[in-house]
Design a protein around this ligand. Structure first.
Ligand SMILES: Cc1cc2nc3c(=O)[nH]c(=O)nc-3n(C[C@H](O)[C@H](O)[C@H](O)COP(=O)(O)OP(=O)(O)OC[C@H]3O[C@@H](n4cnc5c(N)ncnc54)[C@H](O)[C@@H]3O)c2cc1C
Length: 149
């Protein structure tokens, strides 16, 4: 029988639990992660965007700080895990394309662009042709596109 008692027990082996466990381990704690189906929760379904752009909403200033701070901390974590694992984990930095399918979507993104600019982002309205050049899988029927650095 294993009588070892860990310093910390983390319940849930999704991205949140595993990252917490990893950081506790680095801080010198012994950690046990408990999960009957590790990695099978929301973390398995996530498209994996570390985005603090299109999620910006009116009157969500405090949320924005949390998102950008979190996004900035992600690349060092990826570098650390890449070194530890010895292989690429598929993280890719890129700009964000906000695409309006219908004219109403385009207007919505135009309003959002103002909020994003007020939050310090560089937002450029580009033509649908330029958008499709950047992302060839886009439908020719899109109504508007905004490129966010
Ligand atoms: C379709 C989809 C797309 C998404 N796209 C994005 C995206 O592009 N970008 C983004 O940032 N976020 C995205 N998200 C959100 C993101 O996936 C979640 O915020 C994140 O994965 C949550 O991680 P978590 O570790 O908290 O939860 P989970 O990954 O759900 O992990 C929780 C774990 O806890 C375990 N558990 C539950 N109850 C118990 C228990 N009683 N005892 C032991 N273990 C237990 C479960 O088995 C599970 O493994 C998306 C989510 C979905 C569903």
């Amino acid at each position: 029988m294993n009588t070892h008692t860990p310093d910390t027990i983390v319940v849930g082996a999704g991205v949140a639990g595993l990252t917490a466990a990893w950081n506790l381990h680095k801080a010198g704690q012994s950690v046990t992660v408990v999960d009957p189906t590790p990695g099978m929760g929301a973390s398995r379904a996530a498209a994996g965007m570390i985005a603090a752009v299109s999620e910006v909403m009116y009157q969500h200033h405090t949320m924005r700080t949390l998102m950008t701070t979190s996004a900035a901390r992600y690349p060092p974590l990826v570098a650390e895990l890449t070194e530890l694992l010895g292989h690429d984990v598929g993280y890719r930095g890129s700009e964000t394309l906000d695409i309006g399918a219908h004219p109403a979507d385009r207007d919505w993104f135009a309003n959002l662009a103002e909020v994003q600019r007020a939050a310090g982002m560089t937002v450029e309205q580009i033509t649908t042709r330029q958008a499709r050049k950047l992302e060839p899988a886009l439908s020719p029927a899109i109504s508007g596109a905004f490129l966010v650095a």
